[in-house]
Design a protein around this ligand. Structure first.
Ligand code: GLN
Length: 493
């Protein structure tokens, strides 16, 4: 079974289009693997066998009648369960949305399907994308396929885990403060947060609207390039989407990085584990040997990122999550009047981390504290942007660690929110600035756990970011070895 599920999205689309394999056979294999591994990984909250096979049959019939189903023909793709697809539940990893089936497709869902991609299921996440380990899901944690005693990172842990295990070549995640890049780093796959506004957020359940962005996970840089080319673009349904063409990303493969000025961000290196820093230095050396000009660069403002983020993100979340009131969506716990219904539903429906954020956000926005907290955080956000602007006058792109550590043990940080929040020190500043950034699997630590390198670029310069990623792919240590029990289950299939 494995040779097809291990095919890249690029290879699948090519083989389906030139009729060397059928979409149905590819999708069948992906579904079988998803089903076989889910009792171990809990990466999927829903597997849509029927819908996926129906969609695959449609792709095959288009091919049979001489048509072309698109650039992602027959490619099995998983969606993080905060993106809508008609007919499938969207839970956001929360009890409060249990049973809610969206009546509309997210723009990304539509775009993927219009190019022949097959949505095989919805992946697990920290409740409402709040977390860095996927342990905050109301439906149990997702495990890291490299080592089942460890977290896959979060909040898009299910998407990262399903790609790392080879269930799907591509999955989508959302990144508000690092939720694509950090799990990509911890699972050893590519993960991309595009420029804010590059990909429509229509149909993505909002967490912090000024920071949220959708992006791909994949095993190869090319597959993320292809996927982002499909999902990027202006959308009337998202007022923050960019009306600007993105240059070809796949065309960046093989382009020289000679003379490219690369800055290694001092502040992100400082708090990171030794092995993580040494992987980054190896990447820097590889780039130097390819002719890039690597220098260290300090952006002191980024140190304020975490504090600003934990005011802005909860403030926006407290407002966005007000809509879950027991009337319009999912769960309803009946009280004797509407206010009581509201309170009972929200008390039962939301988990501890979500409640913590709602309280933090409500406090930061309350009159009397607004100027001291929320307004101040917005000023800091501007400072961070100007810090990046200064850096980009000296260099073309930046590199840094993604996460200060490799994958940690389940339960290791779940009782200490602050320790968990620190997982995102290197990723949050890009969200605050609205810039693109990606995680590129580069090395393994002494335990065999994956280490990612982060590549950051100025707004709308995904092309440069991908050029560097393609260049680094050549010297990366490659995919980590999967946990023995996962390997066994794959071989049994
Ligand atoms: N871990 C961060 C948080 O908990 C970022 C989450 C995200 O990017 N969705 O808010």
């Amino acid at each position: 079974m494995s040779e097809m599920t291990n095919m890249s999205a690029f290879e699948i689309a090519e083989s389906v289009n030139n009729q060397t394999v059928t979409a149905t056979s590819v999708v069948e294999k992906s579904l079988a693997l998803a089903e076989a591994l889910n009792s171990k990984l809990n990466a999927f909250l829903a597997i849509d066998r029927e819908g996926a096979l129906r969609a695959a049959a449609k792709v095959d019939s288009i091919i049979a009648s001489g048509g072309s189903p698109g650039r992602l023909a027959g490619v099995p793709i998983a969606l993080k369960d905060n993106m809508c697809k008609v007919g499938l539940p969207t839970t956001c990893g929360s009890r409060i949305l249990q049973g809610w089936i969206p009546p509309y497709d997210a723009t990304v869902t539509k775009l993927l399907e219009s190019e022949g991609a097959i949505i095989v299921g919805k992946t697990n996440l920290d409740e409402f994308a709040m977390g860095s380990s996927t342990e905050n899901s109301a439906y149990g944690p997702t495990l890291n396929p490299v080592d089942l005693t460890r977290v896959p990172g979060g909040s898009s842990g299910g998407s990262a885990s399903s790609v790392a295990a080879g269930i799907v070549p591509v999955a989508l995640g959302s990144d508000t403060g690092g939720s694509i890049r950090q799990p990509a780093s911890l699972c050893g796959v590519v993960g991309v947060k595009p420029t804010y506004g590059r990909v429509s957020r229509y149909g993505l359940v909002a967490f912090a609207s000024s920071l949220d962005q959708i992006g791909p996970f994949s095993s190869s840089v090319m597959d993320s390039a292809l996927t982002l080319e499909v999902i990027a673009g202006f959308d009337l349904k998202d007022s923050t989407s960019y009306d600007e063409q993105m240059g070809s990303l796949s065309a960046q493969k093989g382009l020289s990085v000679e003379g490219l000025r690369v800055g290694m961000v001092t502040e992100f290196v400082e708090g990171s584990d030794l092995e993580v820093v040494s992987a980054l230095r190896d990447a820097a050396n590889a780039l130097t040997s390819l002719g890039a000009d690597v220098v260290e660069i300090s952006i002191p403002e980024t140190k304020l990122g975490l504090s600003a983020y934990y005011l802005i993100a909860p403030a926006e979340a407290s407002s966005n999550l007000a809509r879950f009131d027991g009337v319009r969506f999912g769960l309803r716990v009946e009280g004797s009047n509407i206010e009581e219904t509201n309170v009972l539903t929200r008390t039962k429906g939301f988990g501890a981390e979500v409640k913590r954020r709602i309280m933090l956000g409500t406090y930061a926005l309350s009159s009397g504290y607004y100027d001291a907290y929320y307004a101040k955080a917005q000023q800091v956000r501007t400072l961070i942007k100007s810090g990046f602007e200064r850096a980009y006058q000296q260099v073309d792109v930046l590199i840094s660690p993604v996460s200060p550590t490799t994958a940690f043990k389940l339960g290791e940080k779940s009782l200490d929110p602050l320790a968990m929040y620190l997982s995102d020190v290197c990723t949050i500043p890009s969200n605050l600035a609205g810039h693109p950034a990606m995680s590129m699997p580069y090395a393994l630590d002494s335990k065999g756990l994956p280490i990612g390198v982060q590549i950051l670029a100025p707004a709308l310069r995904e092309d440069l970011m991908f050029r560097l990623a393609f260049a680094l792919e050549g010297s990366s240590t490659g995919a980590p070895s999967l946990d023995d029990s996962i390997k066994e289950a794959i071989n049994r299939g």
